[in-house]
Write a protein that binds this ligand. Structure first.
Ligand code: HEC
Ligand code: HEC
Length: 272
């Protein structure tokens, strides 16, 4: 039986990503849970003396193991070891699980080429329980990053050098190749930006701390949040503002190829 090994598909994808930029000739064409009413407290207040009020218990903590068994195990294996339909989750780290489930990419109903961002299926508590259960399989991996205040001017420079080649100068996203996309960045929270940088989901390269320090990741997260608010201010659709794609495209493609190779190499070394 073919069992997915961790990240076996990444090098091939990364190799196509640089070339894909050359194809990015044009700009990319690219819902709240019901509130639960609190239980009435009046009953306890008027209860006759001597009758103990019902204990006020919080909702039971979600069972990460059960959630995993029902929603993930069929593809990733019952201990995260990987199976025919999904890669191993051992050692992907809390950041990867939090990113994949928190952006609604996982769970997918069936295998797709590129899981897309969607409304998350689980609540924050359920996601935390899933993260805890998957990390209990072992293997380490990046923790969920803590994002502090960032410097916008540095963030802007770092973004232009490291992210704009794929995501566009305004963060509007761009097509890569064969239907793959670098998605728009307007829905990502600061923590999700930091997670993507440290985890390198799908075709995106990993940027380990030897390449981008924690402070630089904070700077990037701050700048990406700024891009989002600038776009809202302009009140419009982001088409046609892809940034420095046309000019110097050849130089970008070459730089990007090196960047992806270097980031992957460092990422792998850091993971050893
Ligand atoms: C239909 C099969 C399927 C189901 C169900 C599914 N996954 Fe996945 N999962 C995949 C595939 C395939 C990938 C690789 C995605 C890609 O190509 O980018 C993946 C990727 C991931 C990754 C990224 C792994 C890495 O190397 O960084 C995480 C984390 C993950 N899944 C967690 C989950 C969790 C948690 C659930 C349940 C809530 C779940 N998945 C449900 C198929 C599945
Ligand atoms: C080689 C191209 C490439 C580069 C360079 C790149 N990304 Fe990505 N990025 C991607 C792709 C592809 C995805 C979608 C991953 C997937 O399939 O789940 C992605 C996803 C993301 C997401 C998730 C967006 C969402 O809403 O779900 C964020 C945030 C992100 N990238 C930020 C960055 C930042 C910040 C940088 C620079 C440090 C960067 N990326 C560099 C290709 C790239």
């Amino acid at each position: 039986m073919a069992v997915w090994t961790h990240r076996w598909w990444h090098p091939a994808r990364a190799a196509t990503a640089g070339a894909a930029l050359a194809l990015a000739a044009g700009p990319a064409a690219l819902a709240a849970p019901a509130e639960v009413a609190p239980p009435p407290v009046t009953a306890a207040l008027v209860a006759p003396a001597g009758v103990a009020p019902p204990p006020v218990t919080a909702a039971p903590a979600p069972d990460g193991e059960a959630l995993y068994r029902q929603n993930c195990a069929s593809c990733h294996g019952d201990r995260g070891q990987g199976a025919q339909r999904g890669p191993s989750l051992i050692g992907v780290g809390a950041a990867s699980v939090d990113f994949q489930v928190g952006t609604g990419r996982m769970p997918i109903p069936h295998e797709v080429q590129q899981p897309r961002r969607a409304e998350p299926v689980f609540s924050a508590d359920e996601i935390a329980a899933l993260v805890a259960h998957v990390t209990s399989f072992g293997g380490g991996g990046p923790a969920v990053p803590r994002v502090g205040p960032g410097r916008l001017p540095t963030g802007r420079e770092l973004f232009a050098a490291n992210c704009a080649p794929c995501h566009g100068g305004t963060g509007a996203g761009a097509p890569l190749t064969n239907g793959w996309i670098a998605p728009p960045l307007y829905d990502a929270t600061a923590v999700q930006v930091a997670e993507a940088v440290r985890v390198g989901p799908g075709l995106m390269p990993v940027f380990p701390s030897q390449v981008l320090t924690d402070q630089q990741v904070d700077d990037l997260a701050a700048y990406v949040q700024r891009l989002r608010s600038e776009r809202l201010d302009r009140g419009g659709n982001p088409l046609g503002r892809l940034g420095p794609l046309a000019e110097g495209l050849v130089a970008w493609v070459v730089t990007l190829g090196l960047l992806v190779a270097a980031a992957r190499w460092l990422g792998r070394r850091a993971g050893e």
